[in-house]
Design a protein around this ligand. Structure first.
Ligand SMILES: [Zn+2]
Length: 172
């Protein structure tokens, strides 16, 4: 059910989500990576960590960062997501964080790794001076998470799944 086969991005999942099967998360991650990264997809490694109390501890539902610190072109990434997100929320958060992965992989977004500066298409931004919703990389991620989620849902519906059952775990 809902399996998307891809020979592309390497996805590793650590931990389990409360309401979504690991295999559905993997399929969705491959689907989103293929759509976002195209040919680049097969060169990336993404570790997805499902964490209890992530939101409680950080006030964030998800994070994306690279783990190959020394690399000039980042290809290894880590995504953290709250393990208790419901299916729609979880898939949208996953899509959102993978948009950030693309931004890093393509060097559209560069973390300056000191202070809170980031560079977007060559322009410096200070995260503390610009409202979250107005940061250009967040605008892009927020817009694309919805489009990607809808594509994923359509893909599953074509496979004969009911929209509202997308990715639900049958057992608790
Ligand atoms: Zn974001």
């Amino acid at each position: 059910m809902g399996i998307y086969s891809s020979n592309m991005a390497t996805i590793k999942i650590i931990g389990t989500a409360k309401k979504v099967h690991t295999r559905s998360i993997r399929s969705a991650a491959n689907f989103f990576c293929d759509h976002l990264l195209k040919r680049l997809s097969k060169t990336v490694y993404v570790e997805i960590k499902l964490k209890k109390n992530l939101y409680k501890n950080t006030r964030c539902f998800g994070f994306a960062t690279w783990t190959d610190d020394e690399a000039r072109n980042h290809r290894r990434f880590e995504i953290e997501m709250d393990a208790d997100l419901g299916p729609v929320f979880l898939f949208r958060t996953l899509a959102h964080e993978l948009v950030h992965v693309r931004q890093y992989a393509r060097k559209q977004l560069i973390d300056m790794q000191y202070g809170s500066y980031q560079k977007w298409h060559g322009v410096m931004f200070n995260e503390h001076m610009v409202e979250y919703k107005k940061l250009p990389w967040e605008i892009e991620a927020t817009q694309l998470e919805k489009e990607l989620y809808n594509l994923w849902k359509e893909h599953l519906e074509r496979q004969g799944e009911k929209g509202e059952k997308v990715g639900y775990r049958k057992t608790t």
